[in-house]
Design a protein around this ligand. Structure first.
Ligand SMILES: [Zn+2]
Length: 97
């Protein structure tokens, strides 16, 4: 899933999209794994609409994703995907989740 590609999302789209999703989440993987790419995920647009608070959206994402990477990441960074420059909103450490 890459950003800045044209997409066909509407206000009914439920899935994640690199252009349209509210949040971009990056799992920062442990250095002991070597030089691997950090996994990037976008929030489900259904959840973007369901929750007002970004932290609630992020919590839903974490519920699905943490177990995929448990033990292999040291931090999770969450960015505002809809604001120019994609500012970081907050971080979770592995102790937080
Ligand atoms: Zn889209």
């Amino acid at each position: 899933m890459t950003s800045n590609k044209p997409c066909n999302c509407s206000n009914k789209t439920r899935t994640a999209c690199g252009n349209c999703s509210r949040l971009r989440m990056v799992f920062l993987m442990s250095y002991t794994l070597g030089n691997i790419q950090n996994p990037v995920y976008y929030s489900f647009q259904a959840e973007d609409r369901k929750f007002n608070d970004e932290r609630q959206v992020a919590t839903q994402m974490l519920g699905r994703l943490v177990k995929l990477h448990r033990g292999h990441f040291f931090k999770i960074a969450v960015y505002d995907n809809q604001t120019a420059g994609k500012p970081k909103l907050f971080e979770f450490t592995k102790e937080d989740v």
